[in-house]
Ligand binder design. Sequence first.
Ligand code: AMP
Ligand code: MG
Length: 390
Amino acid sequence: MIQVAEALNIIAENSSKMPIAKIKVSKSLGYVLAEAIYSPINMPPFRQSAMDGYAFTHGELTQFEVVNIAQAGDFLDDEIKKNQAVRIFTGAFVPDDTDTVVMQEHTSVKDNLLEIEKMPEAFANVRAKGEQIKKGELVFDVNTVITPAAIGFLACLGITKIKVFEKPKVAILVTGNELVAAGNKLPKGKIYESNSLMLEAALKTIGINKPTVFKVKDSLKKTISTVEKCITNFDVVLISGGISVGDYDYVKEALLENGVTELFYKINQKPGKPLFFGRKENKIVFALPGNPASSLTCFYVYAFPALKKLMGFEAIHLPKMKRKINVDFKNTSGKTLFLKALYEDEKVTVLESQSSAMLNTFSIANGFVVVPHDVTAIKANEEVVVLPFN
Ligand code: AMP
Ligand code: MG
């Protein structure tokens, strides 16, 4: 049995980045850049009006003859004299002979004669060519995560395709004779299967959208053959249940049978002790405990950073925050505890129902309070480490 920190190190060491693919910018949300990107154009590409108003040349004059109209999208190439102005709208090309835009609220116009009532500074309301970025400048460095704004920025530079790290293909394999899919009758002795839906949802939060779900009964033969399918066709295999020490827990044997190397099994923590992490070539496997809260805890703390590493993220772990805990807390277990909790700006409240089988309070929790294995008591209002996951 190993400690949490050691498990995290082993996972980081054994998870390598996915291959690189060139994809459409429109499909790149949540991907991580595998190349640095330089701007192919100036942005804005021309001097652009930032206001609805009038373009003119700044000087002594306050009255101008309005000689033309520049709408967004127009290109006005006429000569504009010093005593002339152009009606202009936000986003429009500012004629070369003018240098300033006055907002329309600061003007009055009668019979094509513009009177500037409040004179702006010279060059006001004109966005300089290349003000946001110049041709050839760095747009994003390698390892940048593509956000909605990043997609907008790339699109406004006319970039259509980018090189990113591929997202891993993930298989979820749930094991258990007792499991029945929701929507069916629940015979005596059975329970509804929930881990696959929960893990699928958790994967979505990091942009992995379509894992393939496999289900097997507690049979060694079936588990071996399904593990084989998973390890052959997927980059990451998340297994739920069957990894404990019960007579019908066949997952570990099935993994070893398939040539998966055990990198660790069992972590000194609660919940989620019987976590198995293994590898076959560049494929990785997490056999998560079946108890739902253990399963999701192990997903957040261990599978999440591995997946992020594969996807090219630089910051892979849940971020760490400090908050003041709401109660006195004793840890007599000698294990690291991940307590379901609700953090606010300054404090964190440890929730009821910490059992590894219970999701009732996990559902409203937004983070874990981490109690290290060697800390036996915490006083209310002491600062503790919180790992936010929502
Ligand atoms: P196991 O690790 O297979 O011994 O399962 C531990 C506990 O988790 C048992 O009470 C199982 O019934 C439950 N469990 C296992 N897999 C699932 C699942 N996919 N959905 C809901 N509960 C599960
Ligand atoms: Mg089981």
